[in-house]
Design a binder for this molecule. Structure first.
Ligand SMILES: C[S@@+](CC[C@H](N)C(=O)[O-])C[C@H]1O[C@@H](n2cnc3c(N)ncnc32)[C@H](O)[C@@H]1O
Length: 287
């Protein structure tokens, strides 16, 4: 293994460890995440062409919230293979699927850049809020392309540009400032906004071999009773932000959270807290 391969293995091990830590928090906030992503999830599943009886690959499936919607859609004669890099979050997805009685769901630990699934064995593939975190998203798309049968459809959801996602941009910029790190290029690989331009994500899909590529922007307001509820969600589950603050002493980390809280209060409303977000939903087909 050369030094750049060793570096990327180490970076991936860090992503895995962070999501293992954040797994319970992400799972515990499933009802709020579900409401936040309702429209985007429905559009992603429809645009991938998920039908009754289909065999569907769910990449970076997390705690399996969208997996349950897909299981419902394909029914008992279909199948959903839910994969994720983090063993801890895959175990929670497994519990969730069993709890819902979906025997057509199969959960596996797998790196989205090396899925270890049979070629041309799926009718559709989806990835909700995962692809932008991949260190090599083109390789992730090539893997989805390889997994799909000819004619199979894909649907992904990622964050759009920082200026369209002001609360996430505040989280990232404030965390970097308190960590004493230079503010990174917001479109850097593996970052929350890395695929936040329709032109960039479309070009990646085409380079991976997909056709009929179309990206649509969709608003997704994150509604919480208060800014503190949103912060509780972020502090327990937003792995990329936790990773930036990981090296700080408890006192300095608390100062960062206090600063973030003050800035996020800009989204207080008379009835609660509403964080605007814009997502990009990309649909395409394997020729
Ligand atoms: C923001 S969560 C989204 C989870 C789920 N799709 C959802 O929308 O609730 C991002 C997920 O991507 C996973 N992830 C990050 N890098 C990955 C990779 N290279 N391969 C597979 N999963 C990855 C993380 O473990 C995490 O579960």
């Amino acid at each position: 293994m050369n030094s750049s391969e060793t570096g990327s293995q180490a970076a991936k091990a860090l992503v895995r460890a962070q999501w293992d830590t954040a797994a319970r928090g992400w799972d515990a906030h499933s009802p709020e995440i579900r409401a936040w992503l309702r429209g985007a999830t429905d559009a992603m599943i429809a645009m991938a062409g998920v039908k009754r009886g289909a065999r569907v690959l769910d990449v970076a499936a997390g705690a399996g919230d969208q997996t349950l919607d897909i299981a419902e859609r394909v029914g008992p004669a279909g199948a959903v293979v839910a994969t994720d890099l983090s063993p801890a979050i895959v175990a929670l997805a497994e519990d969730r699927a069993r709890g819902a009685g979906f025997t057509q769901v199969h959960c596996r630990v797998a790196d989205g850049e090396d899925l270890q699934v049979e070629a041309a064995s799926f009718d559709a593939a989806v990835c909700r809020l995962g692809l932008m975190l991949f260190l090599d998203p083109l390789q992730g798309l090539r893997e989805m392309h390889r997994a799909l049968r000819p004619g199979g459809g894909v649907g992904t959801v990622v964050f759009s540009a920082p200026e369209r996602n002001p609360c996430v941009a505040i989280l990232v910029a404030t965390a970097f400032r308190h960590a004493g790190l230079p503010v990174r290029d917001p479109y850097a690989p593996g970052s929350l906004f890395s695929l936040g331009s329709p032109r960039r994500i479309d070009a990646l899909f085409v380079e991976a071999g997909f056709r009929d590529v179309a990206t649509t922007a969709m608003d997704a307001v994150f509604r919480m009773p208060s800014v503190d509820d949103y912060l509780a969600f972020v502090r327990s589950s937003a792995s990329p932000i936790l990773q930036i603050l990981a090296g700080l002493s408890p006192a300095r980390a608390q100062a960062a959270w206090d600063d973030i809280r003050e800035r996020l209060r800009a989204f207080d409303t008379p009835t609660g807290w509403e964080g605007p977000n814009e997502l990009l939903i990309t649909a395409a087909r394997r020729p």
